[in-house]
Design a protein around this ligand. Structure first.
Ligand code: ADP
Length: 482
């Protein structure tokens, strides 16, 4: 099958969170299963072209808003898969120092342009290289207008009309409001779907993608259920109910070649499940690096996160104030995000200078040193579509302490990690207390949990096969309606 991935992020070129991990890993696995995969992402200014051998590919003119925009396509091959990068002034300019704009309204315009340019580029691929997509796989609201434009503008196009669309929801919280104005400005058809009109969601990119895609997926079975409830649907649960028969939850994997404590150049003292004794050297090295007392015997809890409401700062910080006050433990947090949460994190570090290290940065090599050094890894999320952090942590033998929601509930079992249900500081404290009890009083039990964690199959292979089944289903459904 010919599969075109379209997304806002793709590791290792540009990554903000788990979306980048997924789009960075899944295409290569599908290619190894024998499919022809290509990936299109915006040519964000932050992408380091020199490092990745990204070269100009070709340019074309796109009628856009009041004039004509010259679209520049660049290209490289990564993991055996051709990757294309799209820019057109003023969108995704070389000087931009962000992936997502603070103002969602501006992002809606940037990503509508990206969707339109991507589809024109897909026609070019068909015309000049004879490669036309059977499946276009779009991710999150940023690319939700791809299925929309495909069904409204390109339905009869000889190259694109045959493509079925798969739309994967990585997070219901971000929806892309205000798209109607940008559609009108670009002279594109207004949204008039009766479901969207009735739900008053004609202006909402995520809702538009949900309604116009051939099939839908989300990133864990538990999250697939949660988003159809009022609490998890963020106002779109009704629309999802209307599409329930075409919605599946497929768990993310991780790139187990990239994330491997036995081989990664970013792990100072490499280890595997049979050499776990070496792991403590990574703890001592990290303690020295971040200015904590070097103590092998004290448990170190790690967090690597975007600092936003979803990740549970409202319970994390009060719980850590309590735990660092009363328990013999250390804490290291690496994260960036909203000012109020960065501020709270910083104050925690000030209150416990010898027990907590707060690093307000985005730093992937440092994140890996934290995964390899911490004894436990905390994800007390309010909601969590899948979560990549807890999976990397398990692969590195850091035991996850997580709230039992979404993908955390689907990936962390009680024989490996520590789970709690209630969204309260007390529940997190109590669960951390349980973890500390095992750490201090049952070293053999702790080691067994680590070995089980590291033995878990977190690779993409099984999930990639489920995506292939979904692509086949999408093709059947599309043929039926075409
Ligand atoms: P989300 O996509 O909601 O942010 P996930 O757990 O799915 O959450 O994915 C987060 C990914 O981003 C993980 O690979 C994690 O290691 C990485 N990450 C998050 N914050 C940072 C940071 N400050 N520095 C380095 N990596 C980070």
């Amino acid at each position: 099958m010919n599969i075109l991935f379209v997304a806002a992020e793709c590791a290792p070129f540009v990554k903000v969170g788990g979306l980048g991990d997924v789009v960075g890993a899944l295409p290569g696995v599908l290619a190894r299963l024998g499919h022809s995969v290509r990936v299109v992402v915006p040519h964000h200014g932050l992408i380091d072209d020199g490092r990745f051998g990204i070269e100009p590919h070709h340019t074309f003119d796109l009628r856009w808003n009041e004039g004509i925009t010259r679209v520049e396509v660049a290209h490289t091959v990564h993991d055996g898969v051709p990757h294309y990068f799209i820019r057109g002034w003023p969108y995704f300019a070389r000087i931009d120092r962000f992936v997502y704009h603070q103002d969602e309204g501006i992002d809606v315009g940037r990503f509508l342009f990206f969707a339109a340019a991507t589809l024109e580029f897909a026609r070019y691929l068909a015309g000049s290289e004879g490669w036309s997509a059977d499946i276009i796989h779009a991710h999150d609201w940023h690319t939700a207008m791809v299925p929309y434009l495909l069904s409204r503008v390109y339905a009869d196009d000889p190259a694109l009309g045959r493509a079925a669309t798969v739309f994967s929801i990585h997070n219901m919280r971000y929806q892309g409001w205000g798209v109607g104005w940008h559609l009108a400005r670009a002279g594109l058809p207004p949204v008039d779907n009766p479901l969207l009109l009735a739900a008053k969601r004609t202006d909402n990119a995520l809702a538009i993608g949900i309604v116009h895609s051939t099939v839908l997926s989300t990133v864990s079975p538990r999250y697939a259920q949660e988003i159809t409830s009022e609490a998890g649907g963020f106002g779109l649960d009704g629309l999802l109910h209307a599409r329930l028969s075409n919605l599946v939850g497929i768990l993310n994997g991780i790139d187990t070649r990239r994330w491997n404590p036995a081989t990664s150049p970013h792990v100072p003292y490499r280890y595997d499940a049979s050499t776990l004794d070496r792991r403590v050297k990574n703890k001592l090295a990290l303690q020295a690096e971040v200015g904590l007392p070097q103590r092998a015997d004290v448990p170190l809890a790690g967090v690597v996160t975007r600092l936003v409401e979803q990740k549970g700062p409202a319970i994390l910080f009060p719980a850590m104030h309590h735990m660092l006050h009363y328990a013999e433990m250390q804490f290291v947090l690496l994260g960036t995000g909203e000012y109020q949460y960065e501020n709270e994190a910083w104050w925690l570090g000030q209150a416990f200078r010898h027990k907590a290290a707060i690093l307000l940065a985005f730093d992937e090599p440092l994140s890996e040193r934290i995964y390899a050094a911490s004894d436990m890894f905390l994800m007390p999320s309010l909601f969590e579509p899948c979560g990549i952090g807890q999976m990397i942590a398990m692969r590195y033998g850091s035991l996850p302490v997580v709230r039992e929601v979404g993908g955390l509930a689907d990936t962390v079992s009680p024989d490996v990690g520590f789970l709690f249900a209630d969204y309260s500081p007390g529940a997190l404290q109590w669960t951390l207390g349980r973890a500390l009890d095992v750490y201090y009083n049952d070293a053999a039990g702790w080691r067994e949990r680590q070995v089980r964690a590291m033995a878990r199959d977190l690779s993409w292979e099984a999930s990639a096969r489920r995506y292939v089944e979904l692509y086949e289903r999408a093709r059947d459904v599309h043929r039926q309606y075409a």
